[in-house]
Ligand binder design. Structure first.
Ligand code: DAH
Length: 336
């Protein structure tokens, strides 16, 4: 029996120590432990003296084998840990999600590039404006209905009447008052009106204002600049036409149409079958506006224009609801 115990011990230790992985280790331990336990059930015929000696030996072997099993198991655990801290520098990195500029800003940057090519520089002005710059200096008489068309949000203040600007035109005044002519500027910015929102109206939207003043600037110059801009922005040959209109700060004033970018002037649903898309308001700067800004209207003259920027981008990308620009829905924004 002693011999048998010895051979079980040898075999158990050998098998446990040579196990290749955790599964075979468990299996080897279980098998040998069972064999060892079976020795106890075979001890019936032994004298009590022998039983005691064999029992002690068998228990010693059990402990030995169990320790060998635990030690071996420990090496597998450690191996696993070492493997998991291995840093594979060839694994491609995780992509960090970064945002991008809003489509309105992207389009402003695009416009800025085109206008820069024609010698214009970009200027900005305050969104909270005073009544004088927003209306009076731009030749809106105090009780003129055009003020009502640009109904906006007035802000309580002690001295001057403050309001959220209704258009970017007041920046013309601010710029002319602080710079000497000639001028070639564009003014992108956010404007505010008291509107009931729907697919084509928002309480805030963007405009790009333009101003070009020099000694001999005419409507022909205006037409050339705008035609060039539209061609560059839409990447195709387009035609421009002017229709008479009214703005207090220009004389003469006109609405500008561009031949439909979709049907090339043939007539389609985008242009309501007319072949033309209304794109901006413009005109020759009114002498009163120049004088209000400290510019001699006998020496200097030129044109101004104002794009409804949201609508312009809606045309280019065929977007059917202006509110999409402002509700922060990533399903929309990520398309740009
Ligand atoms: N400020 C005008 C508006 O918001 C747009 C505009 C029209 C701007 C004619 C101009 C201009 O500079 O000459 O409706």
């Amino acid at each position: 029996m002693n011999k048998k115990l010895e051979s079980i011990k040898e075999k158990a230790l050998q098998e446990i120590n040579s196990s290749k992985d955790e599964n075979s280790l468990n299996e080897n331990y279980r098998k040998n432990f069972k064999e060892l336990s079976s020795v106890f059930s075979q001890m019936g015929d032994l004298s009590s003296e022998e039983k005691k000696a064999i029992g002690v030996k068998a228990n010693e072997i059990k402990q030995l084998v169990t320790r060998a099993f635990e030690e071996k198991k420990e090496t597998f655990v450690k191996e696993k840990k070492d493997n998991s801290s291995f840093f594979d520098i060839t694994i491609p990195g995780k992509k960090t999600k970064i945002g991008h500029l809003h489509p309105i800003t992207q389009a402003i940057n695009e416009a800025e590039n085109i206008f820069r090519g024609m010698g214009f520089s970009l200027v900005e002005g305050p969104e909270l404006e005073d009544e004088w710059h927003n209306f009076d200096a731009l030749n809106f008489p105090a009780d003129h209905p055009a003020r009502e068309m640009q109904d906006t949000f007035f802000v309580k203040s002690k001295n001057k009447k403050l309001l959220m600007r209704t258009h970017t035109s007041p920046v013309q005044i601010r710029y002319m008052k602080t710079h000497k002519p000639p001028y070639r500027i564009i003014v992108p910015g956010r404007v505010f009106r008291n509107e009931a929102t729907d697919a084509s109206h928002e309480v805030n939207f963007y405009q790009i204002e333009g101003l070009m003043i020099d000694k001999e600037i005419s409507v022909a110059n205006f037409k050339a600049v705008i035609e060039e801009f539209c061609r560059a922005f839409f990447g195709q040959d387009v035609k421009i036409r002017l229709r008479p209109s009214f703005f207090p700060f220009t004389e003469p004033s006109f609405e500008v149409d561009m031949s439909c970018s979709e049907c090339k002037g043939k007539g389609c649903s985008l242009c309501s079958q007319t072949g033309w898309l209304e794109i901006l308001g413009a005109g020759m700067v009114h002498p009163n506006v120049l004088e209000n800004s400290g510019v001699d209207s006998k020496k200097w003259q030129g044109f101004a224009f104002g794009f409804g920027w949201d609508r312009w981008i809606m045309l280019k990308y065929k977007i059917n609801d202006v509110r999409l620009f402002y509700n922060g829905d990533l399903r929309f924004l990520n398309q740009f």
